[in-house]
Design a binder for this molecule. Structure first.
Ligand code: GDP
Ligand code: MG
Length: 296
């Protein structure tokens, strides 16, 4: 169903509190210019055909070469609220010397942790504002070959600080066979360089259906994504996609790309999980290192 997210239907007890309070989730997109980051973010926000309330705010946090901008949008579904923030990082990889392109991004991730840590240390800790990044989508150029040194460097520098989710950008420019082979190659490279990408834990108390769904989602990583803000008519259906002389590649069609699976993972099946891992493992490690460095 086009435009249906499904976060309102989370059946699990774990999610009940979140359902009442509303969900908050912050994702970041990183990758070279022109790989379709902005388009994919729009495609993601477009998910809700008629968002009742939307506030878009732009913040410039770092004066460095790579900019860090965030867009927040409140979406509502069946009375359940989701405040989704996407942090964009224009400029990454755009310079003559990109050796330190990862640095402003790491700085932003860490300063968000610092802001959280600072609040935790306050006497009144009732209302913590959490701007930590829960997932970082890393856009890989659809070359069909291998990861570039820039990709490897970024992931190596960031993997202990954020949930890394690699995606193959503009997957419509590759054939199905090329996508499959490229995915294998990317995973082999990631493995070779000991890069830790996000991996969902399997719970024995999950029912079979949930386990199968999670396994299916995880098997798509790196997600081959296609973004578009255009709609086309295909056999009487309105679809979002990209038009080619031989037909339309549909964004929301799982036969055509992994966009739906990525969206499901981020804002339905793994949202709480990504937040928990961010808080319990990534943030906790950062905090411990930071306090140790301060001699506490
Ligand atoms: P950004 O620099 O990473 O934010 O990239 P943009 O979202 O601005 O997209 C750059 C160009 O690529 C634009 O002309 C988009 O229309 C096009 N584009 C975006 N997503 C896709 C995609 O999935 N497939 C193809 N073929 N083109 C895309
Ligand atoms: Mg952009």
């Amino acid at each position: 169903l086009l435009g249906y997210v499904g976060f309102a239907n989370l059946p699990n007890q774990v999610h009940r509190k979140s359902v009442k309070k509303g969900f908050e989730f912050t994702a970041m997109v990183v990758g070279e210019s022109g790989l379709g980051k902005s388009t994919l973010v729009n495609t993601l926000f477009n998910t809700q055909l008629y968002p009742p309330k939307e506030n878009v705010e732009l913040t410039h946090e770092t004066p460095q070469t790579v900019e860090v901008k965030s867009i927040t949008s409140d979406i509502e579904e069946n009375g359940v609220k989701l405040r989704l923030t996407v942090v964009d990082t224009p400029g990454f990889g755009d310079f003559v010397n990109n050796e330190e392109s990862w640095k402003p991004i790491l700085d932003s991730i860490e300063s968000r942790c610092d802001a959280y840590l600072e609040q935790e240390n306050r006497v009144n800790r009732r209302k913590l504002v959490d701007n930590r990044i829960h997932a970082c989508l890393y856009f890989i150029s659809p070359t069909g070959h291998a990861l570039k040194p820039l990709d490897i460097e970024f992931m190596r520098r960031l993997h202990t600080r954020v949930n890394l989710i690699p995606v193959i950008a503009k997957a419509d420019t590759l054939t199905e066979e090329e996508v499959a082979a490229f995915k294998e190659r990317i995973l082999a490279d990631i493995n070779y360089h000991n890069i830790q990408i996000y991996q969902a834990p399997a719970y024995e108390y999950d029912d079979e259906e949930t386990i199968a769904e999670n396994r299916e989602i995880m098997s798509k990583i790196p997600f081959a994504v296609v973004g578009s803000d255009k709609e086309f008519e295909v056999e009487g259906r309105r679809v979002r996609g990209r038009s080619y002389p031989w037909g339309v590649i549909e964004v929301d069609n799982e036969e055509h790309c992994d966009f739906v699976k990525l969206r499901q993972m981020l804002i339905r099946t793994h949202m709480e999980e990504l937040k928990e891992y961010t808080n319990d493992v990534l943030y906790e490690n950062y905090r411990t290192e930071k306090l140790a460095a301060m001699g506490i």
